[in-house]
Write a protein that binds this ligand. Structure first.
Ligand SMILES: NC(=O)c1ccc[n+]([C@@H]2O[C@H](COP(=O)([O-])OP(=O)(O)OC[C@H]3O[C@@H](n4cnc5c(N)ncnc54)[C@H](OP(=O)(O)O)[C@@H]3O)[C@@H](O)[C@H]2O)c1
Length: 306
C-alpha cells in the first residue's frame, strides 16, 4: 500500500513509500482510509516501539475492512472516524491502518462525507475535554479564545455559543469576519500590541474562562480573566497561577466519546460547521503538512484517498 512514512528511526524526513498492509491482531480493526485529518503533530507523534518504515498520522476516516477475532461492536463495511495515536504498526497516512478497537472510534452518521468526518476527532476531542476542564456548562458565561480560526477554535466558538456563552476570539484581521460568522461577538488581531487593552474595553469586567490554543498565548490571555476564572492551555504553556485563577492543560484521561458522537450528529444535521480550508489528493500530503506547520490554517486541512 501507499503510505507517508518516517523511513527509519531518527530520519528527519517524511516520504511517500510502498509498504505492506498491516496485519491485525485479535483486538484490532483494519480500516481502509478514505480521508486523513492533518495535524502539526503528525510528523513527530511516534511511539517508542514504532516499526519502520513507520506510517505517520493519528486521525482518519474510512471503512472497516476486517475485524480481529476478539472485537465486538464493529463490522466490515462500517464507516468510522477515529483517533489512533502511538500505534506501533503505524498511523493513518496510509491506504490501510490497524486500529486498536479501544481507540476513540466514532461511527460516521449519514450526511457527512469522509473528509469532513476526518477533520473532527482530534479537534473535537481536544475542545470537548478542554471545556470539561473549564466547566463550560450550559449555564452561560464569557469566554476568550486565543488563536481561534484553526480547527480547534472553529469548533470551540460554535460549541460555546450553543451552550449560551458569549465569545471573543483572536486571529489575524483577514479572519475576523470568519470568527464573527461562527458566532464570536468580537474579534481582535493578536498582532496589535494593544490587543489585550482593546479586549478589556469590550469586556471591562473580564472573562469567566479562556482557551489558549496557540503556544505562548496563555500569559497575555490570563490578563483577561476575572479573579478565580479558569484557563486551559491547549498547547501546554507553563503557567503560574495568579488571582485564584484555575489553570490546566487538556485533561487526560476523560471519556468524551458520547459528546464527540453528538458533535458529529450535529454536523450531519447542519447545526455545526466544519471548515475545510483545503482537501488535497493523498499524494500531496507534504504540502498539507507544510501548511499546518505555519500555524496559519483556517479550519482543517485534509487528505483524500480513493
Ligand atoms: N493538547 C491536545 O490534546 C492538543 C490536541 C490537538 C492540538 N493541540 C495543539 O493545538 C495547536 C493547533 O491548534 P489548531 O489546529 O486549532 O490551530 P492552528 O491551525 O495551529 O492555528 C490557527 C490559529 O492560530 C492563530 N495564531 C497563530 N499564531 C498565533 C499567535 N501567536 N497568537 C494567537 N493566535 C495565533 C491563527 O490566526 P491567523 O491565521 O488568523 O493569523 C489561527 O487563528 C497546536 O499547538 C497543537 O499542538 C493540542
Amino acid at each position: 500500500m501507499k503510505a507517508f512514512v518516517i523511513p527509519r528511526p531518527g530520519a528527519p524526513t517524511v516520504e511517500l513509500a510502498e509498504v505492506p498492509v498491516p496485519k491485525i491482531d485479535d483486538a484490532e480493526l483494519l480500516v481502509r482510509i478514505r480521508a486523513v485529518g492533518v495535524g502539526i503533530h503528525d510528523s513527530y507523534f511516534l511511539p517508542t516501539n514504532a516499526t519502520y518504515p513507520y506510517p505517520i498520522g493519528i486521525e482518519g476516516a474510512g471503512v472497516i475492512e476486517q475485524t480481529g477475532r476478539g472485537v465486538l461492536g464493529y463490522r466490515p463495511g462500517d464507516r468510522v472516524t477515529f483517533v489512533s495515536s502511538m500505534q506501533s504498526k503505524g498511523g493513518t497516512w496510509a491506504q490501510f491502518v490497524a486500529v486498536n478497537a479501544d481507540s476513540l472510534i466514532i461511527p460516521i452518521p449519514d450526511g457527512i462525507d469522509f473528509p469532513e468526518a476526518a477533520a473532527v476527532p482530534v479537534a473535537g476531542n481536544t475542545i470537548l475535554r478542554a471545556f470539561r476542564a473549564l466547566e463550560l456548562m450550559p449555564s452561560g458565561g464569557t469566554l476568550f479564545i486565543a488563536g481561534a480560526s484553526g480547527a480547534i477554535g472553529t469548533l470551540a466558538i460554535q460549541i460555546a455559543r450553543r451552550r449560551g456563552w458569549r465569545v471573543v476570539a483572536s486571529a489575524s484581521a483577514p479572519n475576523h469576519a470568519y470568527l464573527l460568522s461562527l458566532g464570536a461577538e468580537k474579534a481582535v488581531d493578536y498582532h496589535d500590541p494593544n490587543w489585550v487593552e482593546q479586549v478589556l474595553q469590550w469586556m471591562p469586567d473580564g472573562f469567566d474562562a479562556v482557551v489558549a490554543v496557540q503556544p505562548g498565548t496563555s500569559s497575555q490571555s490570563m490578563q483577561l480573566l476575572k479573579d478565580a476564572g479558569a484557563l486551559v492551555t491547549i498547547s501546554g504553556d507553563a503557567l503560574i497561577s495568579e488571582r485564584g485563577v484555575r489553570m490546566s492543560g487538556v485533561p487526560y484521561p476523560m471519556d468524551v466519546r458520547d459528546e464527540l458522537a453528538q458533535l458529529l450528529t450535529d454536523i450531519a444535521e447542519g447545526e455545526l460547521h466544519v471548515e475545510l480550508e483545503r482537501v488535497y489528493p493523498f499524494e500531496q500530503g507534504l504540502a498539507a503538512l507544510a501548511k499546518v506547520q505555519t500555524r496559519r490554517a483556517r479550519g482543517k486541512h485534509v487528505l483524500r484517498l480513493e
